[in-house]
Design a protein around this ligand. Structure first.
Ligand SMILES: [Zn+2]
Length: 261
């Protein structure tokens, strides 16, 4: 019975240890280490946000969230305002709603593009705040991803404060770099807390380092501070002498303090 309970507990641990999901089943990721996040200029017409404000929020989203992952090779960089076709504001992100083949007219030539969009297929209700898809893929690698922010009249994105807008866009950028939703509530990629997060959660970090592992240079076998003769290294003596010096200094100070009290 005990064995069964232990195995059940272990299974639970294993199943939650790697809970993150991919945006697709192909483990797609950008090939390069630095990915730029640009903003489509002049396309946010309804949600009361200027181009510069949106670009600034994008900068916070990458620096406060995704760039704070030491085990990931990926570095995201705030890009620029760029001029794109009005289709990015009006067209559906998918060619068909049932099977989302990316709309090729909106393929992002490189990196990540954030745009406002008011298409009713993308945003059938005002509570859908953003939609994202890697829409330019070649040889199993993401070339470009598209993030759409709901710009339909009454979209609730407009009512969020700057911190909430930042975490919502950070969540969408998570999809743009290849992550799906996490079932762990304490995650930016958890679908229901995307506007309440202030930092990545453990599962976000795990997913990011899985998709973008940082290679460690191989430096041979692990070593300890003893040479092959098992003698203390030279630095050990240096440390001892410094330690004795500090003790001597302390004693001398103590005597002086005694003298004046
Ligand atoms: Zn999502």
């Amino acid at each position: 019975m005990k064995t069964v309970l232990i195995l059940a507990a272990l299974n639970n641990f294993i199943s939650t240890a790697h809970a993150f999901t991919m945006n697709n089943s192909a483990r797609l990721a950008f090939g390069q280490d630095e990915v730029i996040v640009n903003v489509a200029a002049g396309l946010c017409t309804q949600i009361g946000i200027s181009d510069e404000e949106l670009l600034s929020i994008v900068g916070k989203a990458v620096d406060n969230f995704w760039n704070k992952a030491p085990a990931s090779r990926l570095k995201l960089r705030k890009g620029n305002l760029i001029n794109v076709s009005g289709l990015y504001h009006s067209a559906s992100i998918c060619q068909a709603a049932t099977n989302c083949t990316p709309n090729s007219a909106l393929a992002v030539s490189s990196d990540i593009l954030v745009t406002c969009n008011d298409n009713a297929t993308n945003f059938p209700t005002n509570s859908i705040l953003g939609i994202t898809i890697p829409n330019n893929i070649a040889a199993g690698t993401i070339i470009g991803s598209l993030v759409m922010i709901g710009d339909n009249v009454g979209n609730q994105f407009a009512t969020k404060n700057t911190n909430e807008k930042t975490s919502i866009i950070a969540h969408e950028i998570g999809h743009a770099i290849g992550l799906g939703h996490s079932p762990v509530a304490d995650s930016l990629m958890y679908y229901a807390t995307r506007d309440k997060r202030v930092a990545l959660g453990r599962d976000d970090l795990d997913g990011l380092s899985y998709l973008y592992p940082k290679e460690q240079p191989f430096s041979g076998c692990g070593t300890i501070d003893l040479d092959s003769n098992q003698n203390p290294p030279q630095d050990w003596w240096g440390g001892l002498l410094i330690g004795l010096g500090i003790i001597g200094l302390f004693k001398s100070l103590k005597q002086k303090i005694k003298f004046y009290t």
